[in-house]
Design a protein around this ligand. Sequence first.
Ligand code: BTN
Length: 277
Amino acid sequence: MTRVQDRAILPTDLAARMARLERQFGPFARQIHHHFEVGSTSDVLATLAREGAPHGTVVVADMQTAGRGRHGNSWFSPLGSGLYLSVLLRTVASPILTLAAGVAIAEALCAATGIETTLEWPNDVVVVHDRDVRKVAGILAEATSDVELGDRVILGVGVNLRDTAFPPELADRAGSVEGVSGRQVDATVVLGELLVALSSRCAQVEAGAKTELLARWESLAPMCHDTTVEWLVGDRRHCGVTEGVDEEGRLLVRVGAQKQRLSGGEVRRVRGHPIRR
Ligand code: BTN
């Protein structure tokens, strides 16, 4: 075995381990494409989707050279430290879908490793210790629609599994599952739990069970109540206090006497205790 393979995070018996979970995946993961190195798993999956790959197809890689994050950021994706995967959903995009994915990641990390994570709107997965908040996972949902191939959403998920030398701009806010739990984690176990949870939460969205899903999301996301947040509209900074999410998953924010609904963009917590209720 070469040194490079030693550091790979997914084992060579990935297929066998996934086959054992097959019945819990529902329509998910009937095709899993595992690569050692890609630019972005979401780009690889977009090509497969254009070629007709079915709903639930998964692309997972040991490393990415051009991993993408939200808001045009890159996603740090070195070999041996994270789980990088994308899942194809042949469905219409909705904000609820990204909230569902956040819930699925939080549940999967808890099932696979025992760690308790918190969600920050819309879908950062963080671990809070005292006042230190560390992002351990993120979701990038990219939607496309065309007449020939219909609606599709590529859900890209990045999980920091092992501590690594994060670039300076991430060093004060990125964390890893192993760093937080103090235990070694098996990437294949996390991947399996993630696909089981995503399958079940996405089915819930398709079945229209929004109320249950939003309630679960809110229970994992203390910052969506009584927390002072700020966000930018163009160059202007706005500030308000969170009051939950609406039925479409938009963040409700009280600004003076008015209530605003935020449907995207970056929201930064200014005050409020990020501890789970
Ligand atoms: C975020 O900015 O929080 C979202 C990060 C999403 C990263 C994942 S890693 C797998 C998939 N491929 C990508 O290029 N991005 C997503």
